[in-house]
Design a protein around this ligand. Structure first.
Ligand code: NDP
Length: 247
């Protein structure tokens, strides 16, 4: 494998784990597909195989630290290495703070922050051993500015941004492990369907009903571009909004 080569060829022989690969952004590109819904993962794996790619579905709840270890070991058993980790699994549960949806706060912190860290912890020994790696964290424009009803979600994405910066400064110069924070604006996925708060759902539908959101592929293309740069190039952040998005 020639790490200096650019474009899709640069991915030949590389092994990527993509979390949150059963729907939305994560379904655009992958090799080891991780999420909880096996039927959806198998559908993505079949689509990749139909295009000539190799994909392995490993159903995993990434908030379960032991399960993440098992998933990474299964990846090593199957492919012998891990070059890329795409930390994409995430949940956005919007509600005004005054409603004190503490269980939802827990779910967001557990997945968006702790789940991401569990994946980093599990892949890191293999990347260190291999002498290279690429950690792609899917943050959000919310990691740059909170919004009404999204205080805790934004806090988790601020955390993703802070972690990405901290990981990069330790791992890129010293261990040849690159780190990037991809920060999408509004993307047309299942993310909003988990919001239970009626006020927030209606507000979002009012603002976005007729506007063109990003497609999942728009974000997947950004990820593909990042991971195909030459080895000396570490793209640190990409902020990508739909043209119609104001803030
Ligand atoms: P989706 O809801 O479509 O996808 C979320 C993915 O995460 C699914 O594959 C889901 O699969 C998986 N997932 C959820 N919980 C877990 C878990 N406990 N363990 C493993 N996998 C899990 O949303 P998106 O594709 O939009 O979201 C992907 C990322 O993009 C998230 O981090 C999100 O915060 C971020 N983002 C999205 C934006 C948007 O507007 N859509 C904007 C900015 C950032 P399953 O349920 O099968 O486990």
């Amino acid at each position: 494998m020639n790490r200096r080569s650019q474009g899709r060829d640069a991915l030949v022989d590389q092994v990527a784990i993509v979390t949150g690969a059963s729907s939305g952004i994560g379904a655009g590109a992958a090799v080891v597909l991780v999420a909880r819904r096996l039927d959806r993962l198998e559908g993505v794996a079949r689509a990749i195989a139909a295009l000539g790619g190799r994909a392995l579905a490993i159903p995993t709840d990434v908030t379960d630290r032991a399960a993440v270890q098992v998933m990474v070991q299964r990846t090593i058993d199957a492919f012998g290495r891990i070059d890329i980790l795409v930390n994409n699994a995430g949940v956005m549960l919007l509600a005004p703070i005054r409603k004190r949806e503490v269980d939802e706060w827990d779910r967001m912190v557990d997945l968006n922050v702790k789940g991401l860290l569990y994946c980093v912890a599990a892949v890191l020994p293999h990347m260190l051993e291999g002498g290279a790696g690429h950690v792609v964290n899917v943050g959000s424009v919310a990691g740059r500015r909170p919004f009404f009803g999204g205080a805790v979600y934004a806090a988790t994405k601020f955390a993703v941004r802070a972690l990405s910066a901290g990981l990069r400064l330790e791992l890129a110069p010293h261990e040849n492990i690159r780190v990037v924070d991809i920060q999408p604006g509004v993307v047309d996925t299942e993310l909003g369907s988990h919001v239970t708060d009626q006020e927030m759902r209606e507000g979002f539908a009012r603002v976005w009903g007729n506007k063109k959101k990003l497609d999942a592929e728009d974000v997947a293309h950004a990820v593909a571009w990042v991971v195909t740069r030459p080895a000396h190039v570490n793209v640190n952040e990409i902020l990508i909004r739909p043209t119609a998005q104001e803030t």
